[in-house]
Unconditional design. Structure first.
Ligand code: NAP
Length: 327
């Protein structure tokens, strides 16, 4: 069996190391061995490599990486998602199946696509496959200062939202969300989430009480307080409020009073692997690729050689950047 270089996790308590690994073998069903050109170091990749993600089977050793841009043996450039949690994409070569890949334009920038697809897909799929945004509806992004949240503002606009409000902690990143508002790509209003629940609740109520859809990247206490604040301030509580749970950077659980579900039309659902099937993800990829290729959904890609994966893993990510590993 031939060998390749890969990021390899041998303990869930340690970062991956760059070392030789067996080249994976295609298992039929159109699967192909592709040259990996760029793989994003997303929060989801870190949680998989620590064994903490809900899809993790706990198998070691494993190669992290949930997606990548690669080149097929026939020369075609593709974006693809990894088949399982054991043989990922952070390696010289990876397995790509037609059921989990989409062809890219030949002039696509592999690092940029690898950086953007995962965070952009979170809101794109949530608004297209879960809450099903109608033109003109209003959207609140809870956790809009992270990469996925900032892109969610752009995505909501692109998909026809009439009003978009971004809420998050970092004031600088919040202000940046409004920079593109005049051009129709930014937030109409921003709300700073602070430790003062009363002030934050009033600000959320003033800016977003009439929102139709919440894209929630936070969960935990900020989401718990935001649900109460929005429902309290809403003028017509029987009008549906679609809450889409996407990320949990602020906590894995919330306390939800039963009255919140009886006194208002609060519709709670999640969006992620499992809640959305592989075929539905695949169906959304071509239109998402065309928006990204046109530069309408962006993040600053920070390319790092795969050989430096161990250092990249422990280095804090600069705000607004996404590390991309290049074999
Ligand atoms: N379900 C899906 O389909 C899907 C897809 C992609 C990502 N996700 C999830 O979405 C989440 C965000 O991903 P990302 O790529 O945007 O990560 P990211 O770029 O690392 O952003 C995370 C942001 O969370 C903010 N944050 C952390 N703790 C917070 C708290 N207690 N209160 C408020 N804000 C807090 C930080 O902003 P500040 O600087 O303001 O503190 C940080 O910028 C992750 O949980 C990820 O796994 C889900």
């Amino acid at each position: 069996m031939t060998r390749m270089n890969a990021a390899v996790v041998t303990s869930f308590a340690e970062p991956p190391r760059y070392q030789p690994f067996d080249v994976p073998q295609p298992r039929g069903d159109g699967e192909a061995l592709v040259d990996v050109l760029a793989a994003g170091l997303h929060p989801r990749v870190r949680s998989g490599a620590s064994g903490a993600h809900y899809t993790s089977t706990g198998t070691l050793p494993m190669i992290p990486g949930i997606d990548a841009v690669g080149r097929r043996p026939d020369g075609r450039l593709i974006y693809f998602a990894a088949a399982d949690d054991v043989i990922g994409t952070m390696a010289d070569k990876a397995l790509a199946s037609p059921r989990r890949s989409v062809e890219l334009p030949q002039d696509a920038d592999p690092a940029q696509i690898a950086a953007v697809m995962n965070p952009a897909m979170s809101s794109w799929v949530a608004l297209r496959r879960r809450a099903r945004l109608q033109p003109g509806q209003s959207v609140l992004v809870l956790g809009a200062t992270g990469n996925a949240g900032a892109m969610a503002v752009q995505v909501a606009r692109l998909l026809g939202a009439g009003r978009v409000v971004g809420a998050g902690r970092d004031p600088g990143r919040l202000r940046a969300l409004t920079a593109a508002t005049a051009a129709g790509a930014g937030a109409d209003d921003i709300v700073q989430l602070t430790a003062d629940a009363g002030t934050t609740g009033r600000a959320l109520g003033a800016a977003a009480a009439e929102t139709d859809i919440v894209l929630d990247y936070l969960w935990g206490l900020p989401a718990q307080q935001a649900i109460a604040a929005l429902l309290t301030a809403r003028s017509d509580r029987s009008r549906p409020l679609d809450w889409v749970q996407i990320g949990a950077v602020a906590g894995a659980t919330i306390e939800l009073p039963s009255a919140a579900l009886r006194s208002a039309s609060l519709r709670l659902q999640g969006s992620g692997q499992g809640a959305v099937g592989a075929a539905d993800y695949l169906a959304e990829l071509p239109s998402l690729v065309s928006e990204i290729s046109a530069g309408r959904i962006t993040v600053k890609a920070n390319p790092v050689p795969l050989a430096h994966v161990e250092q990249a893993w422990t280095r804090p990510e600069a705000p607004g950047e996404r590390t991309v590993l290049i074999p």
